[in-house]
Design a binder for this molecule. Sequence first.
Ligand SMILES: Nc1ncnc2c1ncn2[C@@H]1O[C@H](COP(=O)(O)OP(=O)(O)OP(=O)(O)O)[C@@H](O)[C@H]1O
Ligand SMILES: [Mg+2]
Length: 269
Amino acid sequence: MNPQMPPKLSLPGVQQVIAVASGKGGVGKSTVAANLAMALHMQGYHVGLMDADIYGPSVPIMFGLGTVDSKTTPFPIEKYGIRLMSMGFLVPPEAAVIWRGPKVAQAVQSFLSQIDWGQLDYLIIDLPPGTGDAQLTLSQSAPLTGAVIVTTPGEVSLIDARKGVKMFREVRVPILGIVENMSYFVDAAGHKTPIFGVGGGQKLASESDVPFLGELPIDPRVAECGDSGEPIVRKYPDSPVAQAYMTLSQTVAAAANRSSAAALPEVQL
Ligand SMILES: Nc1ncnc2c1ncn2[C@@H]1O[C@H](COP(=O)(O)OP(=O)(O)OP(=O)(O)O)[C@@H](O)[C@H]1O
Ligand SMILES: [Mg+2]
């Protein structure tokens, strides 16, 4: 084993650990992670959501929470039935964390090793943008079932998403597939209009030889819900976006189950 490689941590009570990633910022990773977690919970699973974005945590805002007294508050914090952990519970957003790489890596590792996540069917991890320290440490030290790569339909986002695919390949984390966010706008009559291009997610999936997991519509209510602390899947369960998330969550769960079954050692009888 490479001596620089951190040892894999074990999370004995957690069945599947899924990282939500992308090379590019602002494509909707945190939104996808939060709504995926919510959609899985609404189908009866026990779900945790870990915010690995140490410099720019978004989980507290998306769940209507802020900093807490870490001496008296047990982590993870539960909201809407989901167990949450984020740097944003410890440090207010305006106090920029100026830690360097090793400390960021330490924070990410302590979220995994020092927090009692309990029994979970799915632990979803929201990764920061890019392919830097936090992403690498996590990919190497967390017992990841696999990664979901988020992209938007346009070419610029694809260039960075390709880097994300490459990084997970290099650290041998299975890629569960590609999710395309902000694919189209659905008007009142139900017509779909693409805004940022067409087919980018499909293209990346086929050139990388990984599954295409689905498309998510653009809806201004997604941002409204994110800012007001209640994921759209919970607040507007009948919206096209929420329905797309319910389907996506089943596709992701099936891909994760396949991936972890494939990783099981063969038993000789
Ligand atoms: N399908 C969507 N329709 C409309 N707005 C969306 C959609 N998905 C995400 N957004 C909005 O886009 C913005 C960026 O989303 P988000 O913060 O989830 O991206 P991110 O990839 O996590 O960003 P970062 O790289 O900074 O971590 C947010 O305001 C979010 O509410
Ligand atoms: Mg984010």
